[in-house]
Design a binder for this molecule. Structure first.
Ligand code: SIN
Ligand code: FE2
Length: 205
């Protein structure tokens, strides 16, 4: 068990250059027209400050009635989620070191007030698959600790184009977003940060 989860946490700063960031953002926004961002509600009944949508066969959702889970359709439109942008599938193949492809891409939209409290990603079936996350737009102050909530944490800035992987001993590391540095990037029209998180949610094939 690693305390600061160095083992398995990989940060690839600037993995996407500015042109790749713009292209990916365009692919994201095209899909968001069909699957709009919405504000999820925690199992405790509290609306989240982060807005979300998903791409891929399965999407991570939460509401007060049924809690955290993956489902194949958008909770508001009832439609299947759009496909995962091919550039993200390529990135997963190159950087994730996973036994197979992802089946879920959570899309988080942070405005200047949004935060995400410390949590583990543990609604997936197979923790041999890592979590790969891509940051676009404003810089985030990301916090990562160990596999126990009491482990020490450290702060890492995630800027537009940065990719990070939580695998191995860091797959179940506690992590969250303390805050977003508003105005630190011009990429997202109207400001803000978009984070794309690729995961294998269902049974591995
Ligand atoms: C998450 O843990 O789902 C999001 C992390 C991030 O926004 O970088
Ligand atoms: Fe997470």
């Amino acid at each position: 068990m690693s305390l600061v989860a160095e083992n398995g946490f990989r940060l690839l700063p600037g993995r996407l250059d500015p042109a790749a960031q713009r292209d990916l953002l365009a692919e994201v926004m095209r899909r968001v027209e069909a699957a709009p961002f919405y504000r999820p509600v925690t199992p405790g009944g509290k609306p989240m400050s982060v807005r979300m949508t998903n791409f891929g066969p399965l999407g991570w959702v939460t509401d007060a009635q049924a809690g955290y889970r993956y489902q194949p359709t958008h909770p508001q439109t009832g439609e299947p989620w759009p496909d995962i942008p091919p550039a993200l599938l390529d990135l997963w193949r190159e950087a994730a070191d996973a036994p197979g492809p992802p089946d879920a891409c959570l899309v988080n939209l942070y405005d200047a007030q949004a935060r995400m409290s410390l949590h583990q990603d543990r609604d997936e079936r197979d923790f041999d698959y890592p979590v790969l996350s891509v940051s676009l737009g404003d810089t985030a102050v990301f916090r990562i600790g160990g596999t126990s909530r009491r482990d020490p944490t450290r702060s890492v800035r995630l800027s537009s184009g940065d990719v990070c992987v939580l695998g191995g001993g860091a797959r179940l590391a506690f992590h969250g977003i303390d805050r977003v540095l508003s105005g630190s990037s011009q990429l997202v029209p109207g400001g803000g940060r978009i984070n794309l998180t690729l995961r294998r949610a269902g049974a591995s094939t």
